[in-house]
Design a protein around this ligand. Structure first.
Ligand code: BDR
Ligand code: CA
Length: 316
């Protein structure tokens, strides 16, 4: 089977962890590498978590370190949801592997050249690494196939009333990406809040070691999501990975999307022309709005239960 090469950039992060497991499990995706950024936890921690997740999966995906802080703003962690270690206190295996010495943005550019326009980039944390790569290598936008982002929303926020966390964390970086001319798929809160597992569905994976790890990692966020009125644990970051693996599970529309970087109340809002009379000149983004939740649950449960190991075909 011709697998789609994907580069995963994220801040693991409890839902990032599920996304990495779903990517590893998907028969039609080939994870080329994982790059990490400061977000849900500091860079040291997101690096350790990415390496620990690879160890747990028996995968040898190279891990590249990126930015330890946003482009222009101070760093704030996500400990309230993800715990101080980014994994809700759940234990990942120790590993002897370390991160690669090359910076995330340089390695991403090399991979884009190697895969000759076919590389799919998944972003599931602040967009600092990807913005740095697009700025340093202006031809990168034409050398990748798409950037599938978990971030933003058409209507409302979660980190503030207007802004979703990943965009709010580094709005200048997000604006660079949305203005870059790259082909963008945005999985914002409209779809990712429909991408949840109920408490029962989450408990059902506890029969495997990976599933038990994941239950322990996510039970605190599950409680917080239930308190906030969601029907279960929204595993936001799985959406862009699953979109690349099986677009038929999703629906959306092409629209213009740009990011507010100046205002006080609306900082980090992804301003989208989907429901507006006035349209932007450019329709730069495919905005994903719906997911077949049953298909989503099946994919996540399969990834958390499946005993697949390996990853030797991968690497830059
Ligand atoms: C996003 O914020 C982070 O906390 C999650 O990992 C996800 O990427 C959801 O708003
Ligand atoms: Ca994330």
């Amino acid at each position: 089977m011709n697998k789609l090469p994907i580069w995963i950039d994220g801040d693991p992060g409890v839902d990032d962890a599920a996304a990495i497991m779903v990517a590893h499990d998907a028969e039609n995706l080939q994870v080329v590498a994982i790059s990490v950024v400061a977000g849900n936890a500091p860079l040291e921690m997101t690096t350790k978590n990415a390496l620990g997740l690879c160890e747990m999966l028996g995968a040898d995906y190279p891990v590249y370190r990126g930015a330890g802080k946003p482009l222009m703003r101070p760093y704030e962690d996500g400990a309230e949801f993800h715990g101080a270690d980014g994994m809700g206190g759940a234990t990942l295996p120790e590993t002897k592997r370390t991160a690669e010495s090359e910076a995330a943005w340089d390695a991403l550019y090399e991979a884009a050249k190697k895969y000759e326009g076919k590389l799919e980039v998944v972003s599931m944390g602040p967009l600092t690494n990807i913005a740095t790569a697009l700025t340093k290598y202006p031809d990168l936008k034409d050398r990748i196939h798409r950037i599938a982002i978990m971030g933003g929303s058409v209507t409302r926020g979660n980190r503030t009333p207007c802004a979703e966390y990943n965009i709010f964390a580094d709005p200048e970086a997000a604006q660079i990406v949305f203005r870059s001319g790259a082909s963008i798929v945005m999985c914002g809160l409209e779809v990712t809040e429909k991408a949840y597992l109920t408490a029962e569905e989450l408990k059902s994976v506890r029969t495997s070691a990976k599933g038990e790890f994941y239950y322990q990692a996510s039970k605190h966020i599950l409680e917080k999501n239930l308190e906030a009125g969601h029907p279960g644990f929204c595993i936001h970051d799985v959406c862009p990975v699953l979109y690349l693996s099986d677009e038929s599970l999703f629906g959306g529309e092409q629209a213009g999307v740009f990011v507010e970087t100046q205002a006080e109340l609306t900082l980090g809002k992804t301003v989208c022309d989907l429901y507006s009379d006035k349209q932007f000149d450019v329709k730069n983004t495919f905005v994903v709005l719906d997911v077949d939740r049953e298909g989503f649950v099946r994919a996540v449960q399969h990834a958390l239960l499946d005993e697949k190991t390996g990853g030797s075909e991968n690497g830059v």
